[in-house]
Write a protein that binds this ligand. Structure first.
Ligand code: ZN
Ligand code: ZN
Length: 474
């Protein structure tokens, strides 16, 4: 289209919250060009979520004479949770090329990017359910979506590619304004929560993911959701609560001191866990009580599932009859849960030689030297140490180290570990409940980032996020 004398577009033709898909499709229709040429001319590909750079916005604005603020709003999704950082809902995963739309909006020639975000299930304008249609069969994803979209709009609105007279959004409906305000509040609250964050937990053999339920539940807690928006959301989320433990200033001073020596919290905490503290109040000690609760719930095994080794470190689950159990060295879900806890937290798990592979061993040695120099760690009596202060490798190195009992960080480590174990216990309990209710054991999605450490003017504080509706069973 480079040779065309002018293009058919006018300022503010773009509507608030309009989708890039609708923008490109209407541009093509208004100028009578095929999808590929229009997309190439604008440099905007209407795939599933894709944000356009500032440079692209400026370029499109100068090409079309469109208001740059409105273009930014549309092409960069002004109404979005991106700024929530690690509190944001999971991004959309592509389910293949399709178009999700609101039929009432389509009748007015309108389509919004909000119709396609995974955290909404209803149109925020009409509060009605959204419909998904598959895209065309040929072309790239953008072209396929454009083809399906064009057919869809022509079927719903005689005026398209123009808007129906008096169509949306000549008046911006209330729910949309409320939604925009809530998303803004949630982003601000998330930013405040993450200010000064030093660390967040990713613990566990079964590293999970932030699900829609967790993200929306947490955001709901940070910025209460207005009642009128509840029906719109994909998952109102379980009620999530956050507990906070504050630690004295000595703790944040110590963290700062060690930070200056290049020792960050995650390295210190991982090291503390590796050093295998088994005294009362330690992670291993707490782990044991949780394992005991799981064994009690298990009782005599009547499980219908067994985990088998599928080779190359992979496992799979097979269904068995109760009378077949115990004949082979297989593990039922309860046994797997107890073993996972042991590997992550228990004293035996830490002792497994595979736990500290060669590479890990060198890291451990280097760090133990640095931590000993920093005065937080001592070598136990009988440990073989080289003249320059490194542990010799011919011994099992982790039992040689001991975290100093008077370290101000000890209480912080223990609380963080207890909360991590507690999170894992909750996830295990939910997983076992689901299996009992008939779900496949490979379906498991633990929450993520449930324990977070931050520092502020008053000192350090540890946050524990957990779902309120699912108490771990005794
Ligand atoms: Zn609608
Ligand atoms: Zn069992």
């Amino acid at each position: 289209m480079a040779g065309y004398p002018s293009v058919n577009w006018w300022p503010h033709n773009l509507r608030p919250y309009e989708s890039a898909l609708s923008f490109v499709a209407r541009f093509c229709a208004l100028n009578g060009v095929p999808a590929r040429a229009g997309t190439a001319f604008l440099g905007v590909e209407p795939r599933h979520p894709r944000f356009v750079s500032d440079d692209d916005v400026a370029r499109v604005s100068s090409l079309l004479g469109e208001d740059p603020a409105r273009l930014t709003d549309v092409l960069q999704h002004a109404l979005d949770f991106r700024q929530c950082g690690t509190y944001a809902p999971p991004p959309a995963y592509s389910q293949g090329p399709s178009v999700r739309y609101c039929a009432a909006c389509a009748q007015q020639g309108y389509h919004s990017y909000l119709h396609e975000v995974p955290w909404l299930t209803k149109c925020p304008v009409h509060l009605t359910a959204l419909t998904t249609v598959p895209a065309n069969r040929s072309g790239n994803i953008g072209e396929r979506r454009l083809g399906a979209f064009k057919r869809l709009m022509q079927g719903h609105c005689a005026a398209w590619p123009h808007f129906a007279p008096d169509g949306f959004p000549t008046r911006e409906p209330g729910a949309l304004l409320t939604l925009a305000a809530w998303v803004r509040d949630a982003c601000d609250a998330s930013k405040r929560m993450q200010a000064g964050e030093l660390w967040r937990s990713e613990a566990g053999t079964h590293r999970g993911a932030v699900t829609m339920a967790q993200a929306l539940g947490q955001l709901h807690t940070l910025a209460p959701l207005p009642t009128e928006l509840e029906p719109l959301l994909a998952d109102r989320g379980d009620a999530w609560v956050v507990h906070q433990a504050r630690f004295p200033r000595a703790v944040s001073r110590e963290l700062a001191r060690l930070g200056e020596r290049g020792l960050r919290f995650d390295a210190l905490f991982a090291f503390y866990k590796d050093s295998g503290d088994t005294s009362e109040g330690s992670p291993a000690w707490y782990c044991q009580s949780v394992q005991q609760q799981i064994r009690q719930r298990h009782g005599t095994c009547a499980c219908r599932w067994e985990r088998v080794n599928a080779g190359f470190g992979a496992f799979c689950w097979i269904q068995t009859q109760p009378d077949e159990l115990g004949q082979e060295p297989l593990q039922c879900p309860f046994e797997v849960a107890v073993q996972d806890l042991e590997l992550d937290w228990g004293s035996q798990g830490r002792a497994l030689p595979s736990r500290l592979a060669q590479q890990e061993m060198y890291r451990f040695l280097k760090e133990s030297h640095a931590m000993r120099d920093a005065g937080v760690l001592s070598y136990k009596e009988g440990a073989q140490v080289s003249p320059d202060g490194y542990l010799y490798l011919m011994q099992r190195v982790w039992p040689c180290c001991e975290w100093n009992r008077d370290s101000p960080l000890l209480d912080l480590f223990r609380t963080a570990a207890r909360w991590e174990i507690d999170s894992e216990h909750r996830a295990i309990t939910r997983w076992l409940d689901d299996i009992e209710a008939g779900s496949h054991p490979s379906h498991r999605q633990d929450p993520l980032y449930c324990v977070r450490l931050r520092s502020d003017e008053q000192g350090a504080s540890l946050l524990h996020w957990r779902s309120a509706d699912h108490q771990s069973r005794g």
